[in-house]
Ligand binder design. Structure first.
Ligand code: NAP
Length: 176
């Protein structure tokens, strides 16, 4: 299964504006691009703090949705939200999460943060690509894209300026 890490960051490498939860700060151009890009994926993985920022919207969805796996060390705390095969909570390692999605018939997974999920997956060989929106913002503080020591090499496969914006999307393949 193909796994693509998708993230919007400030020019100085933060995925949140200071300590503010959520990604409201991203540009309208990125929000549109992100929404459209997610249509290519039948699975999503995110960690629990990121889930908390989109939980209401996910629980209200009544259209066909991707299979979402939420990384948490305390899956029992989310028992009321769980919808087997659609929205599951797991304390498993990335490889087991990937296997669960494959067994459910998924082919393409968007890895949607936050830093904890990035750290865990980038420490494995499981991530195929990274799609990064560089937003023309500087925050100085916030949650970094990656918080743990890593040393990965990437190959640029595409770059584009988003329409009517100063935002740039860079697509990289991760060297194994
Ligand atoms: N700009 C962007 O593109 C973007 C993308 C994603 C997120 N964000 C923002 O980033 C913020 C969240 O990022 P974050 O790094 O603070 O949090 P996060 O990665 O979303 O979630 C962290 C939580 O995951 C759980 N966890 C930690 N290690 C784990 C492991 N090995 N296995 C399973 N679960 C584990 C822990 O919660 P438990 O107590 O549940 O175990 C931990 O508190 C939010 O504000 C979100 O909106 C921005």
């Amino acid at each position: 299964m193909r796994i693509v890490l998708i993230v919007a960051q400030s020019l100085d490498g933060f995925i949140t504006r200071h300590s503010e939860p959520g990604a409201e700060w991203t540009s309208p151009a990125d929000k549109k691009w992100f929404r459209e890009s997610l249509g290519q994926f039948d699975a999503q993985v995110m960690a629990s703090k990121t889930y908390a920022t989109v939980r209401e919207r996910i629980l209200q969805e009544n259209c066909p949705a991707p299979f979402r796996m939420i990384m948490t060390r305390q899956p029992d705390q989310f028992a009321d939200d769980q919808i087997p095969g659609k929205l599951e909570f797991s304390s498993a390692e990335p490889a087991s999460i990937r296997d669960r999605l494959i067994n459910a018939g998924c082919h393409a997974c968007a890895l949607l943060g936050g830093a904890t999920a990035h750290d865990a997956f980038l420490a494995t060989e499981l991530v195929d690509e990274m799609w990064v929106t560089i937003e023309p913002r500087i925050f100085g503080t916030g949650t970094p894209v990656v918080a743990k020591r890593q040393d990965r090499e990437l190959v640029l496969i595409d770059s584009q300026r988003l329409p009517k914006s100063d935002s740039v999307v860079l697509k990289y393949r991760i060297r194994s």
